[in-house]
Design a protein around this ligand. Structure first.
Ligand SMILES: Cc1cc2nc3c(=O)[nH]c(=O)nc-3n(C[C@H](O)[C@H](O)[C@H](O)COP(=O)(O)O)c2cc1C
Length: 340
């Protein structure tokens, strides 16, 4: 703990930031307003670019650079798709922290490094972590199975983080999945992590670009309302994700869990994206702030930490509370002396 109230770790030192907190990239829900709010509060803001056109990526990076006065931000790419062109655009537009998930980073490493970028990789096993370290990754994210959105790991965060820390050497490890408050941050540090990577908590921030009905659903949800499923496979097949149980899930279960292609309401239009494109039932696209449709028809990504999230808050307030509560938790626990 620093005298100014920040928590200093190898991760904060590497990036020159105040707080070991990252707002996780969450596709189109993580836009410049959210990333900038987190960076400006002393953390690191993440942006998801996996499905954007190169021109849009340039605009988004221009926006986050303006909003942060050229502060750090993280540009994320899901490797289920070829991301060379998008990464190239992001690097040219000034991205200096490149993050990957869901695939082989080897084909991207040389170019990212040659551009002077730091490379972050989200892993689900210690084996994947070791390979990433051998390839020269700068930061590892250990994402446990309780995480919201697409989940790569079968292991819980509690087990995965120390396993990854054990093979990471000097590479800082961030803990992801199941962390939504200062107690989670404190616990992650105790497991050897250098910081935390929070999705679900920042999805319920004022700045997140998901629909207000989506945020309301997350506030109402209990942790036991999430399931891991491949049901929402439209556009991204065979990829398990953690979502909230809703009408679409229940109708499919009632129908006896039929295969893709013969599910209730398969292919029907359930709403529109903010650009006016139709969204079909079982699509992997969530309901965004300017999108149209009923949240009960859409996929609702959420991690088990959803039960800890009780209100929409500005991202800067989330960062502040995480640090204050973690510091308090650590101080209180330090007071529990071991008597033997
Ligand atoms: C709505 C949503 C969208 C996500 N999209 C992405 C993405 O585009 N790229 C990525 O690497 N991870 C993505 N994730 C996973 C997060 O980066 C992060 O690992 C996860 O949210 C951490 O778990 P938590 O939700 O318990 O905090 C997404 C998660 C959510 C909830």
């Amino acid at each position: 703990m620093d005298s100014d109230g920040s928590i200093v770790t190898p991760f904060t030192r590497l990036l020159g930031i105040r707080h070991p907190i990252v707002s996780a990239p969450m596709g189109r829900a993580s836009r410049p307003e959210l990333a900038a709010a987190v960076t400006n509060a002393g953390g690191l803001g993440g942006l998801g670019f996996s499905w954007d056109s190169p021109q849009h990526i340039e605009e988004l990076i221009g926006a986050v650079r303006r909003l942060t006065n050229d502060g750090p931000f993280l540009a994320n790419f899901v490797l289920e798709w070829d991301q060379h062109e998008r990464m190239e655009t992001a690097l040219s537009a000034g991205a200096r922290i490149i993050s990957f998930f869901w695939g082989d980073i080897a084909p991207y490493m040389d170019r990212a490094k040659a551009a002077g970028a730091l490379v972050v990789h989200t892993v689900g096993t210690p084996e994947e972590a070791r390979r990433s370290v051998d390839l020269g990754v700068d930061i590892l994210v250990a994402q446990g199975n309780e995480a919201g959105g697409h989940v790569w790991s079968r292991l819980s965060t509690m087990v995965l983080v120390p396993l990854v820390v054990d093979v990471a050497g000097k590479v800082p490890v961030l803990a992801a999945g199941g962390i939504a408050d200062g107690r989670g941050l404190a616990a992650a540090l105790m497991l050897g992590a250098s910081g935390v990577w929070l999705g679900t908590r920042f999805l319920v921030s004022t700045e997140a670009a998901c629909h207000s009905d989506y945020k309301r659903r997350l506030i109402e949800a209990a942790s036991s309302d999430t399931i891991e499923t491949t049901l929402f496979d439209g556009g991204w097949p065979d990829a398990p994700s953690r979502v909230l149980r809703n009408r679409t899930v229940e109708a499919w279960e009632t129908a006896g869990r039929p295969e893709s292609g013969s599910r209730p309401g398969e292919g029907e239009e359930i709403g529109r994206t903010p650009d006016g494109n139709p969204v079909r039932r079982y699509s992997f696209a969530g309901l965004l702030s300017d999108g149209q449709g009923d949240i009960d028809d859409f996929v609702i990504y959420a991690g088990e930490s959803v039960g800890l999230v009780r209100e929409v808050a500005p991202a800067s307030e989330i960062v502040r509370a995480l640090i204050a509560d973690a510091a308090q938790t650590i101080a209180q626990r330090a007071g529990h002396s071991t008597k033997g």
